[in-house]
Design a protein around this ligand. Structure first.
Ligand code: CS2
Ligand code: MN
Length: 347
């Protein structure tokens, strides 16, 4: 297992200098943020990012994410151009030595919450999700903006986009995903990149949009869409784990044994009701997921890929990018490393 940490580039309040000082972290998860979705990432930009990270003695291990253009998810004729660009980006990433690329296939919105700074009893602030609040939210008002959401849409643009999805069923989305994978995995196979799909977060439909990467059964369908070892999963415990029917350690063992987990996201969440949850600290006792069992599952499958702490709360007065402050994620990394070291030594 390789403990990594997500860094949002030069705009991130968290610096590489700080990340370097977290015990047991040597890998960076990052991306290029100033290229329009759908356009090619040049080798030059990728090398600049890599060099900047390496100057701190750290290593760029994972790209999270190369975003998938909406036309691909919608299955529009224009998708071929965007898929070709995606493949070009993969070739450039491979040339720079990148081995793992994360992405998701959620229509329009990446991860979604109803509140960004809910105060927990200990005074820390967490992201929370209440389905009834989300049902009342209007995605057109822009009242909520989360890291990962493409903020380049105007109100009109967003309206058009949502209208285009009206006729897209779950089956259509599966077909569009398969079409994308048939092209992209062929290139991944050729250049040696492990593609890792991030589960939908939360793993159910929001704003009437279809969501399919949500449970074990669908992940099984996913890996069989294109049966290549490079067609794999970014196993996000907090995304899958908010559905009590998803047994996260069991899912890790199942897909791990098939060699299809290429990246691990460790996040704890506390289920507070039906389709309601709070993001908690990584510690097992604070949430609904047993992190020891999760790390044990990774250990049992001899996982040697990258893992990162996922979202953290805001603690000690820190402010910044929701879910991506320094302190709580650094505690998470140290905690997960501690569990791992114990597992290693008790063998
Ligand atoms: C999120 C996402 O759970 C997470 O890791 O922060 O933004 C995630 O990076 C994307 O869905 C992956 O494409
Ligand atoms: Mn995640």
């Amino acid at each position: 297992m390789n403990m990594t940490f997500r860094w949002y580039g030069d705009d991130d309040k968290v610096t590489l200098e700080q990340i370097k000082q977290i015990p047991g972290v040597s890998g960076i998860v990052s991306a290029i943020y100033d290229v329009t979705v759908g356009e090619v990432w040049s080798l030059e930009k990728i090398m600049d990012l890599k060099d900047e990270i390496e100057a701190y003695g750290l290593e760029l291990l994972v790209i999270e994410s190369v975003p998938v253009h909406e036309d691909i998810k919608l299955g529009l004729p224009t998708r071929d151009r965007y898929i070709a660009n995606y493949c070009e980006t993969l070739r450039n990433l491979a040339e720079a030595g990148i081995k793992v690329v994360c992405y998701n296939f959620m229509p329009v919105f990446d991860w979604t919450r109803s509140e960004l700074d809910h105060e927990l009893p200990d005074g820390s602030n967490a992201l929370i999700y209440k389905h009834e609040t989300v049902l009342k939210m209007d995605p057109l008002t822009g009242e909520l903006s989360l890291p990962g959401w493409d903020s380049s849409y105007t109100k009109e643009g967003m309206k058009d986009l949502l209208a285009q999805y009206k006729s897209v069923t779950e089956e259509d989305l599966w077909n569009n995903l398969k079409y994308f994978l048939q092209h992209v995995i062929a290139v991944a196979d050729e250049v040696g990149i492990k593609m890792a799909i991030h589960p939908d977060d939360p793993p159910w439909s929001i704003f009437g949009l279809p969501r399919i990467i949500a449970n074990k059964e669908n992940l099984e369908r996913f890996i069989n869409l294109v049966d290549s070892p490079n067609n794999g999963i970014a196993l996000c415990s907090g995304s899958l784990g908010v559905d009590p029917n998803n047994d996260v350690p069991e899912i890790i063992r199942y897909f791990g044994k098939k060699g299809r987990i290429h990246f691990g996201h460790c996040r704890n969440i506390k289920i507070t009701g039906e389709k309601c949850f709070e993001e908690s600290s990584h510690k097992s006792a604070d949430g609904s997921l047993d992190m020891v069992e999760i790390m044990k599952a990774y250990h049992d499958i001899d996982f040697n890929g990258p893992i990162r702490p996922d979202h953290g709360r805001m603690i000690w007065g820190e402010t910044g990018r929701p879910g991506y402050g320094l302190y709580d994620r650094a505690l998470g990394a140290a905690y997960l490393n501690g569990i791992w070291e114990t597992l290693e030594k008790s063998n």
